[in-house]
Design a binder for this molecule. Structure first.
Ligand code: NI
Length: 148
């Protein structure tokens, strides 16, 4: 557990009001937790941009399984990147469409390259990559219990 530091920051009242409304809508019950999450989010976003940083994430793909050879092509790509893709989930959305969620882990640049390759595949209707860090311990405060 890391040591807790208290800080005071000066914020424009209008900005604070908007921030409170925003975090209230998000479900936060106290400002400190919202600030901590914002700080972690900013630090993680920066770290996962480094090409050689290890990241974990998901690639979400929506595609029409009727399109000739597409499911085979996607399966082939997934086999080629079996070291990066650690799990996958397939949901039949409706008569035509499938949703696939791939859980990925690897160097940031490799994960981004794979996501771009899959998402840019012809007739993948929508795709999205979400990444975070597997190294939460490097972000101070993650396991800190804080009095409210
Ligand atoms: Ni399906």
């Amino acid at each position: 557990m890391s040591k807790l530091s208290r800080i005071g920051i000066a914020v424009n009242s209008d900005l604070l009001e908007r921030f409170d409304a925003f975090i209230g809508a998000q479900g936060y019950t106290n400002r400190s937790e919202a600030f901590r999450d914002l700080i972690r989010d900013r630090l993680i976003r920066r770290s996962v941009q480094s090409p050689h940083e290890e990241v974990v994430g998901t690639i979400t793909l929506v595609y029409d399984h009727h399109v000739r050879l597409l499911p085979e092509k996607l399966t082939e790509l997934q086999h080629e990147h079996q070291n990066t893709i650690i799990s996958s989930l397939h949901v039949h959305l409706d008569h035509d469409n499938c949703l696939e969620v791939l859980v990925v882990r690897g160097k940031s640049n490799e994960v981004h390259r794979l996501a771009n390759l899959l998402i840019s595949t012809r007739v993948v209707k929508h795709g999205q990559l979400t990444v975070t860090t597997p190294h939460m311990h490097t972000l101070a405060g993650t396991h800190t219990s804080v009095s409210k």
